[in-house]
Design a protein. Structure first.
Length: 430
């Protein structure tokens, strides 16, 4: 009887090990095919593959296969069906991985349809690509904020011109730009490493570029390394130093990608995270955490205190003006969703490019050249704009719902780092 029990126990253990291997291999096979399809999309959409640091043979295979859009779409749909049949374990991360792959593949299929000519509304597109639909605001929402700014900047002519004239006193001189950015990066990193364990050897380099539709970009290289580019086409205001240092670097994109590589690629062998398809739900998490990370690193008045003592003097600006500058910026930040409204109307065809520029000048208080640059961003990246502000709001709500409030900074950092290291979807943040 005892011998039979031992034999049965061993057989059960072997069956469990076999089932576990079968599940892992099945998911890994799907993941490899997913990576191949994302890389294949790169041949049809130059912006689609934002980063890849996986096996060279997969990239070579994708380049050799030269899959057309119809085949990519068909294979993506077939992989979604395979996922529906693939078992997953009870561990939360394994369940999240399963849902993540399904949603990323569905998004890929939607992008294929768009490249083949499918016409989606702004909201339909953002739902299909990013797993989220941003709220819509009427003009009256922005008018209430503009009324307060009118009282702050009285006078004749458009409010945007009065605001811009005042703000020019806070431009970082070109010859001081790198010193200011390096100081901001150092402070952002110090605040991040005090709460988040980063991979050994992580680092990034900064380049200053021109002729781009964006103000800053992180190109993740793998091996815990990034290249961060800062666009100097337009004047760079003092607030952008911390914004870009946090958003692109610490604790933003650089940290996000490094933690995914460390925890999901190297520790778990999940190959799907070696590729980053830009037009996918992953981008809402990436942009939302990068923007919310600014508040996490510099909560409350800490940012003003730091900039007043360090960055304003480095930039040759009057430190006594720092509180006033950020009081105004807090008001202007409430116009954030005006950019979404301009993009929604423009991409839905209810206004043209000139009207979109005018909308941004009036309701987002963007000077003409910056508004024109933003419309070029709409042309290139379309509904991607929701990932910045709506993504930030979703991330904040999620982290605060788990106890990561401003009054509990240790828990806030803990939940923030956990989100950065997981394959959670936008729809799971609400």
């Amino acid at each position: 009887m005892r011998e039979w029990l031992i034999r049965a126990t061993c057989l059960a253990a072997l069956a469990t090990m076999s089932a576990g291997t079968e599940t892992r291999d099945s998911m890994q096979d799907i993941a490899r095919k997913y990576v191949r399809l994302v890389l294949a999309m790169g041949a049809h959409d130059k912006d689609y593959v934002d980063a890849y640091y996986g096996p060279a043979d997969l990239k070579q295979q994708a380049e050799a296969d030269k899959l057309d859009l119809a085949t990519i779409g068909t294979e993506a749909a077939a992989l979604v069906q395979s996922l529906a049949q693939a078992p997953h374990g009870d561990e939360e991360l394994s369940r999240l991985r399963h849902r993540y792959l399904e949603r990323q593949l569905s998004s890929l299929g939607a992008r294929v349809g768009m490249l083949k000519g499918a016409r989606l509304s702004f909201d339909e597109e953002s739902k299909a690509l990013y797993d989220a639909v941003a709220p819509t605001y009427p003009e009256s929402h922005f008018d209430a904020v503009l009324d307060r700014l009118e009282r702050r900047f009285p006078g004749n002519g458009p409010l945007v011109d009065r605001y811009d004239t005042w703000r020019r006193a806070f431009v970082i001189p070109r010859d001081r730009l790198d010193a200011v950015f390096q100081a901001a990066i150092q402070a952002c990193r110090e605040r991040t490493v005090a709460h988040v364990t980063l991979p050994a050897g992580e680092r990034f380099t900064v380049e200053y570029v021109t002729n781009k539709s964006w103000s800053g970009y992180n190109w993740y290289q793998g091996g815990f390394r990034s290249l961060i580019q800062v666009n100097t086409d337009l004047p760079i205001y003092i607030d952008r130093a911390v914004d870009l240092a946090c958003h692109e670097g610490y604790p933003g994109h650089h940290v996000y990608n490094a933690l995914l590589e460390q925890h999901l690629v190297k520790h778990r062998g999940w190959i799907e995270f070696t590729v980053y398809p830009l037009f996918s739900p992953q981008s809402l998490i990436a942009e939302g955490t990068a923007n919310f990370g600014i508040e996490v690193a510099f909560p409350g008045k800490e940012r003003v205190t730091f900039e007043q003592s360090k960055l304003f003097p480095l930039a040759g600006l009057d430190p006594s003006k720092a509180p006033e500058y950020y009081d105004v910026q807090t008001l202007v930040d409430q116009l954030s969703y005006a950019g979404n409204e301009a993009a929604r109307r423009y991409l839905d065809g209810t206004i043209n490019a000139d009207a979109a520029v005018a909308w941004l000048e009036k309701y987002a208080l963007m000077p003409h050249d910056r508004a024109a640059q933003r419309v070029r961003f709409f042309d290139q990246y379309r509904s991607y704009v929701i990932n910045y502000n709506y993504g930030k709001d979703l991330v904040r709500t999620f982290i605060e719902s788990r106890g990561g409030t401003a009054s509990n900074p240790a828990r806030r950092w803990q939940e923030f780092a956990r989100l950065l290291s997981s394959p959670r979807l936008p729809s799971e943040l609400r």
